[in-house]
Ligand binder design. Structure first.
Ligand code: C2E
Ligand code: MG
Ligand code: MG
Ligand code: MG
Length: 291
């Protein structure tokens, strides 16, 4: 009886859910052809020095220019691409395009030494071939390795075997920078962190959100500020750079600077934008409203 009832629940028709599933499978089915047709584009978001206001790096963020649905954000298709394995091809496309764009910036603005930061999905990072891919992309693009940063989440760093990825040391040996993305949202394993060849921690948006965004008096205990304070100290003790994500207001940028955070990224400094807009900003000296 109980079993039947349990199964019965499965069959309950949920129109919203099935509409979602249809939309989802339509997107999945369209992904490979979209890659072949060149419908993916990269936008770049500045990562800004909190001391000087200059643009030190840009993060490459993929978007899908869907012929009917318009511009689709990665949150709607990266997970699908991971599930279907297409992320490996898509991720390699992102890497190539980002390094090609970065090489152009490097040639046109050599003094800026602009770093391009590229997200690696867990599945890509877990593939031992990633080292050869990155080496090949660097060689083909001509971008100096130190101008490429790879972002991995805490769980991607740990790999599917529950051990930190062996590839990390080989990637670091190529000379690229490694960053832990969305730091503080996963299960941070401090024991491993201290031994890994990581260069940068990106503090996850929610901690920054907790900082008095509008300048009014915050929740009495300033818990998020104290977490950021502690994480920045931890990072600096390990000689890592810290980037705060999702910086939306001047008040947040000022607090983050006071907390010794090195760099900030977010709408306050500039939303993700097409490569040409980054070029324009670099032409103008790379200054930001923060400078
Ligand atoms: P992420 O790597 O943590 O990227 C930062 C996200 O924060 C971006 O979302 C960015 O647009 C958003 N953001 C920018 N400014 C602000 C702000 O002021 N406030 C807040 N709350 N958010 C801000 P986006 O572009 O939608 O990307 C979402 C996620 O998709 C990324 O998170 C990353 O995990 C993934 N992703 C994007 N591009 C790629 C890619 O090429 N490969 C892989 N594997 N994942 C990607
Ligand atoms: Mg990222
Ligand atoms: Mg992030
Ligand atoms: Mg994220």
């Amino acid at each position: 009886w109980a079993k039947a009832a349990g199964r019965g629940r499965w069959a309950v028709y949920d129109p919203e859910r099935s509409a979602r599933d249809i939309a989802r499978s339509a997107l999945v089915a369209g992904l490979p052809a979209a890659l072949d047709r060149g419908e993916f584009v990269l936008h770049y978001q500045p990562i800004v020095s909190l001391l000087e206001g200059s643009i030190l790096a840009v993060e490459a963020l993929v978007r899908w220019e869907h012929p009917e649905l318009g511009l689709i954000g990665p949150d709607r298709f990266i997970g699908l691409a991971e599930e279907t394995g297409l992320i490996v091809r898509l991720g390699e496309w992102v890497l190539r395009r980002a390094c090609r764009d970065a090489e152009r910036w490097w040639r046109e603005f050599p003094d800026a030494r602009l770093v391009v930061s590229v997200n690696l999905a867990a599945r890509q990072a877990d593939d031992p071939a990633i080292v050869e891919t990155v080496a090949d992309v660097l060689a083909t693009s001509g971008l100096p390795a130190e101008l490429l940063q790879l972002e991995l989440t805490e769980s991607a760093v740990m790999g599917s075997a529950g051990e930190p990825l062996r590839s990390l040391h080989r990637l670091a040996a190529l000379g690229v920078r490694l960053a832990v993305d969305d730091f503080g949202t996963g299960y941070s394993n401090l024991a491993y962190l201290r031994r890994l060849p990581i260069h940068c921690l990106k503090l996850a948006g929610p901690f920054v959100e907790g900082i008095r965004a509008d300048g009014t008096d915050a929740v009495a205990d300033h818990r998020d500020e104290r977490i950021v304070d502690a994480l920045v100290r931890l990072a600096h003790a390990l000689e890592l750079w810290v980037t705060a994500e999702a910086v939306e207001t001047q008040v947040q940028a000022e607090r983050l600077r006071a907390l010794r955070c090195d760099t900030g990224q977010g709408r306050y400094f500039g939303a993700p934008a097409p490569a040409e807009q980054i070029t324009d900003r670099l032409r103008g000296g790379g200054a930001t409203r923060w400078a």
